[in-house]
Design a protein around this ligand. Structure first.
Ligand SMILES: Cc1cc2nc3c(=O)[nH]c(=O)nc-3n(C[C@H](O)[C@H](O)[C@H](O)COP(=O)(O)OP(=O)(O)OC[C@H]3O[C@@H](n4cnc5c(N)ncnc54)[C@H](O)[C@@H]3O)c2cc1C
Length: 308
């Protein structure tokens, strides 16, 4: 089953989601082609990639119209059975338009992929992740899928792909990339932190945040939060985990006073080790936690602080 992966890049660096897409593509059996779009070819030659195709464009950074045109051209020339893109802000800006224009099968936020004979079967969530559904795409039409970042492990190095290129020519973008602006000083990138100490409404008051900042510092963890902490204006939304915040996959996710609403779980449930502290034994966070303590979070925080 021929699969085309569209690489994502930011300021000349290939984003990790690209290599996760390669792993997913390999599960479909291949051959796997990875396309990079931009003025320069980027290194995406990971294990399992059969062909790397560079679509040469004038624009260095992402623009919807350029990527739309590039993807249409790739589909026209390569005729893949499946096209995989990350479920990212960039892809959401043009993938739906390509699928509608070319009449492709389409699903977004896919976190499981398989085959039933020639049929592609994608697993995705509905109703705020309360229901998971398998969506089948009968053979014959190209299927375009947006895959959830962090749902697959990144493909390893060591590819032996052939390479080729396509010149796209000028594209009149209706919206041009102008510049990157640094986020406010003091904000952190919780998506790359290996150890997150995450606090929720259970901490009660704004004044209690300081003790968790201190505990996080002692443990070498980065502080993240559930949405009510952001809504209350106690922390910046750069630290929010969940559906309307960041998707994280740290080695350790230590949650204090977070109930485990589906919108929160959507952003952290693939963390390698989840440890939850909650006084309610029925809290949904315990459904995804590997270790849990039914306890008062302040008692646990105090004991932990004594240990480090
Ligand atoms: C469209 C939409 C998008 C959303 N996006 C997000 C998102 O991105 N991220 C997000 O987090 N939420 C999001 N939400 C909100 C989400 O539905 C929940 O309301 C939110 O996650 C609850 O946060 P919480 O677990 O901190 O608070 P609560 O649900 O109030 O849970 C607090 C927990 O603390 C425990 N607790 C209280 N006191 C103690 C104590 N002393 N010791 C131990 N445990 C204690 C309680 O038992 C409880 O389980 C979204 C909602 C919608 C509708």
């Amino acid at each position: 089953m021929s699969v085309l992966v569209v690489a994502e890049q930011l300021q000349g660096r290939v984003r990790d989601v690209t290599f996760e897409l390669v792993t997913a593509a390999r599960e479909l059996g291949g051959p796997v082609t990875v396309a990079t779009i931009g003025p320069e070819a980027l290194d995406v030659n990971r294990a399992g990639v059969d062909e790397v195709v560079h679509v040469q464009t004038e624009q260095a950074e992402f623009e919807n119209d350029v990527y739309q045109r590039a993807l249409e051209r790739l589909i026209e020339e390569r005729q893949p059975q499946v096209v995989l893109l990350g479920f990212t802000v960039n892809s959401m800006g043009y993938a739906g338009a390509v699928a509608a224009k070319l009449g492709l099968g389409f699903a977004s936020d896919v976190f499981g992929l398989g085959r039933d004979g020639d049929e592609v079967v994608a697993t995705r969530a509905f109703y705020g992740s309360k229901v998971h559904a398998e969506v089948g795409f009968p053979a014959g039409k190209t299927v375009l899928l947006l895959l959830r970042p962090t749902a697959w492990a990144p493909a390893e190095a060591g590819g032996s792909a052939t390479s080729s290129s396509i010149e796209l020519g000028p594209v009149q973008s209706r919206a041009r990339h102008k510049e990157f602006r640094e986020v406010e000083k003091g904000d952190v990138d919780i998506t790359t932190a290996p150890f997150l100490l995450s606090i929720g409404r259970g901490i009660g008051e704004q004044d209690n945040i300081a003790m968790f900042e201190e505990l996080a510092g002692k443990l070498g963890a980065t502080l993240s939060v559930s949405r009510p902490i952001v809504d209350a204006g106690w922390m910046s939304n750069a630290r929010q985990v969940g559906q309307s915040g960041k998707t994280v996959k740290p080695k350790v996710y230590l949650a204090f006073g977070i109930s485990g609403a589906v919108q929160h779980l959507a952003g952290m449930k693939t963390s390698e080790t989840i440890i939850a502290v909650n006084s309610d034994p029925e809290a949904a966070i315990f459904d995804v936690a590997h270790y849990g303590a039914v306890a008062d979070l302040f008692d646990v925080a105090e004991e932990l602080a004594k240990l480090v």
